[in-house]
Design a protein around this ligand. Structure first.
Ligand code: CJB
Length: 737
């Protein structure tokens, strides 16, 4: 399992082992990481809930930077085994794909039922990853499914003629959980991806139903015993799958089954970006899952009939709410199916929930009313994101608060407000920050050979690289600052606040523009870092292979972090919460959870800039009409890149063209001046160390709302109707389940 670095070296400390552990990189970005925090909270709050997922052999790729460009290396994370998982040989289920349909008459009842058979049958094998709750005996669990050929498959029994076909079948089965699709907030319509989605829900529902049946309760009790939360639309096929099981296998009447389905499911929407909304060609779904497509048509028909009854003759409404989008090809809208099959739909921050009510799902509201649509603001685990990632700050806080109770009740952190202006405490607080910055500076030096001073302002943007997150705007502002520094008189330069701008994040392998952003950051970094004339007042770093382990080193070390999505595009964000909880100030747009963070910590402790979500559509329209010119501050920067200040002219043309030919969809030019003005303000303020320290302390002190314990209790009380039951979820309970 663990291979010592030097042959013969013995492991003497836990710390030596910890560094050897690989991240289980089974998700892309904020969506999966949120779920991880929620499982931690479920267990820590004694709530009986599990997470289900896929056990990909290849998780998120490792990112290397070669000549400034991102390259991808496969992440075979299971190479040295995974000590945290329990293979459950006793937990396997069969999952069918493709196949055909026919009617069969029950000889006893005379009832005709639909039979789905033939096709490909693969096996889902369970692997459990127990998640211990903090300071409780309760154990959570993440059950991950791995695909393999089904049990009737035996390679050695195949004669020569069938051997090749047998090998193909084996590969095809194993392929399903072979790789994670590395796209964040972007759907790719591949058949294998749809197979993954159905594989997850088919195995999971069989598992849940197996447990339900042990209780020998009637089916009408199912929604009282089981609550299933759909984490975005990826598991939406669970809705027709449960309907299929109830009608075709359990022989319930359609209406009774549908009542059970709609009282069981709830749906969380995590994005409004059009390119992220799942739309599957109907023909593809029909081919892969013929019975499900029939059921979806029926679900949709009955739903539209009800809408028609309530709004007679409103054709447009029917078109808008239909789960099927007419067009070529005809498409299944997963979000619509998720809304139709769920009792509750929520967004993940107040603004986002407002936006889905007024845009994405506005037509559904006409039919359902407002009540079905609610908000549960995201949260993060204080265990991982303060106590584990920032042990020194955790210790300092506990010593002042007289205990570590805050780790399960972040309201207790409020007492730190009284210490915000206490000079001694400020010093201790900033010492911890300095120590964390030194740790990060050491990492940068060791891995990139770049020397950065821990006394400089650490300004960090780490997240998936995406146009809507605007890392491009950030690097353009860095160039702007570089030009300013170069134009300064020596005396002015001496007074300038030294700043280290740190980037990290992966681009989807096929996302050309995002990859060019990485190249631009690398090129700016090379130029700026080697320019002695600016006397180390600016350094630029791109940290390769951003992942959870690296986040635990980066986040505690920030003075400022950036969350600068075009208003209305970032559903919530969760790294914003992690930075602030660690006493980092944030520079952000009026978007996602930034807004609520500002409400909690106070407007004086956060740096907001930029246009409001409500104005974005008009501004975009303005741009499309060619009515707005690029601001001059940005023109100069763009010009310098075009002229080759950062390498061969032309390399960055497609990226720069997004601002002009692409009509600046993400409104970089509109926000640019306000953005650089805020940065100026931040650099000035950083000179007042005591004032900065007070703000930093107030950040941590007022983050109670963003504990994932609060979020998960809201789901439990308002959506799942479950209560803590400390004795129900012991380690033994997992093994018996
Ligand atoms: N999110 O990470 C993803 N991937 C998606 O495909 C869709 C959404 C993110 O989910 C997070 C958790 O709710 C949000 O904080 C974040 O804004 C959103 O982009």
């Amino acid at each position: 399992m663990f291979i010592p670095k030097e042959p013969g070296t013995l492991v003497s400390a836990m710390e030596d082992l910890i560094d050897e552990e690989r991240d289980a990189a089974l998700g892309n970005g904020g969506l999966g990481r949120l779920a991880a925090c929620y499982v931690d909270s479920l267990a820590s709050c004694d709530l009986p809930g599990w997470g289900y997922g896929l056990r990909y052999n290849y998780g998120m790729f490792q990112q290397r930077i070669v000549d400034g460009y991102q390259t991808e290396v496969p992440d075979y994370w299971l190479n040295s085994g995974n000590p945290w998982e329990l293979p459950r040989v006793d937990k396997t289920y069969n999952v069918r794909f493709f196949g055909g349909l026919h009617d069969e008459k029950d000889p006893e009842t005379g009832k005709v039922k639909r039979v789905w058979d033939g096709g490909q049958v693969v096996q889902a094998a369970a692997y459990d990853v127990p998640i211990p709750g903090y300071d409780t005996t309760t154990m959570g669990n993440i059950r991950l499914w791995s695909s393999r050929p089904n049990s009737s498959f035996d390679l050695s029994s195949f004669n020569e003629g069938n051997y090749n076909q047998a090998v193909e079948e084996k590969k095809s089965a194993e392929n399903i959980t072979s790789i994670l699709y590395p796209n964040d907030n972007h759907m790719v319509g591949k058949e294998l991806r749809l197979k993954q989605e159905y594989f997850l829900v088919a195995a999971t529902l069989q598992d849940i139903i197996y447990r339900f049946k042990k209780g020998k309760k009637p089916w009408c009790e199912f929604p009282n015993q089981v609550a299933i939360q759909l984490n975005d639309t990826h598991p939406t096929l669970a809705i027709p799958e449960l309907q299929r099981i109830l009608v075709d296998e359990e022989c319930l009447e359609w209406d009774e089954a549908w009542d059970i389905v709609t009282r069981t499911f709830a749906f969380t929407n995590h994005t409004v970006l059009p390119e992220a909304l799942e739309r599957w060609p109907v023909d593809l779904v029909k081919h892969l899952l013929p019975r499900h497509m029939e059921i979806i048509y029926a679900i949709n028909l009955f739903f539209l009939q009800k809408v028609e009854k309530q709004f007679p003759g409103d054709r447009d409404l029917l078109v808008q709410v239909s789960a099927i989008e007419e067009g070529s090809p005809q498409c299944l809208r997963m979000a619509s199916l998720a809304v139709i099959g769920s009792h509750t739909v929520n967004g993940v921050a107040a603004l986002h929930s407002h936006l889905i009510r007024t845009t994405l799902f506005q037509h559904f509201i006409r039919y359902y009313g407002e009540e079905k649509f609610t908000n549960v603001t995201n949260g993060i685990s204080p265990r991982r994101w303060l106590h584990q990632a920032n042990p020194n700050l955790s210790q300092l806080i506990s010593s002042k608060l007289g205990g570590i109770e805050w780790i399960k009740d972040m309201e207790k952190l409020r007492a730190l407000n009284d210490l915000a202006t206490d000079k001694e405490f400020q010093e201790a607080w900033m010492d911890v920050k300095l120590h964390n910055k030194m740790r990060l500076a050491g990492y940068i030096k060791n891995n990139l050979g770049i020397e950065v001073s821990p006394d400089a302002l650490f300004d960090i943007q780490v997240k998936r690289i995406h146009e809507y997150k605007r890392q491009f705007m950030n690097i353009l502002s860095v160039i702007h600052r570089y030009h300013e520094l170069k134009a300064m008189e020596p005396s002015e330069l001496d007074e300038a606040t030294p700043r280290v701008v740190i980037f990290g994040g992966k681009a989807a392998p096929g996302y050309y523009i995002a990859k060019l952003v990485i190249k631009l950051i690398s090129s700016v970094s090379a130029k700026v870092n080697s320019d002695c004339s600016i006397k180390n007042k600016l350094k630029v770093v791109f940290l390769p292979d951003y992942n959870v382990s690296l986040a635990e080193v980066i986040i505690p070390a920030s003075d400022i972090s950036q969350h600068i999505s075009t208003a209305g595009t970032e559903a919530s964000g969760t790294s914003n919460m992690k930075f602030v909880l660690n006493g980092g100030l944030i520079l952000g747009t009026v978007d996602g959870a930034n807004i609520e963070i500002g409400e909690e910590i106070g407007k004086d402790n956060i740096f907001f800039f930029g246009v409001l979500a409500q104005d974005v559509e008009d501004l975009r329209h303005h741009n499309r009409m060619g009515k707005s010119a690029m601001v001059s501050s940005l023109c100069a920067v763009v010009q310098s890149v075009r002229e080759g200040e950062y390498g061969t002219p032309g390399v960055f043309a497609p990226l720069l063209d997004t601002l002009t030919i692409g009509t600046d969809y993400y409104l970089v030019s509109v926000d640019f001046d306000a953005y650089i003005e805020k940065q100026r303000e931040i650099e000035e303020l950083y000179k007042d160390k005591s004032c900065w320290a007070a703000k930093s302390i107030r950040c941590t002190a007022n983050m109670a709302k963003f504990s994932s314990d609060r979020s998960i209790r809201e789901y439990a009380e308002r959506i799942w109707n479950i209560e803590p039951c400390p004795l129900a979820a012991t380690p033994e309970a997992i093994l018996n389940d």
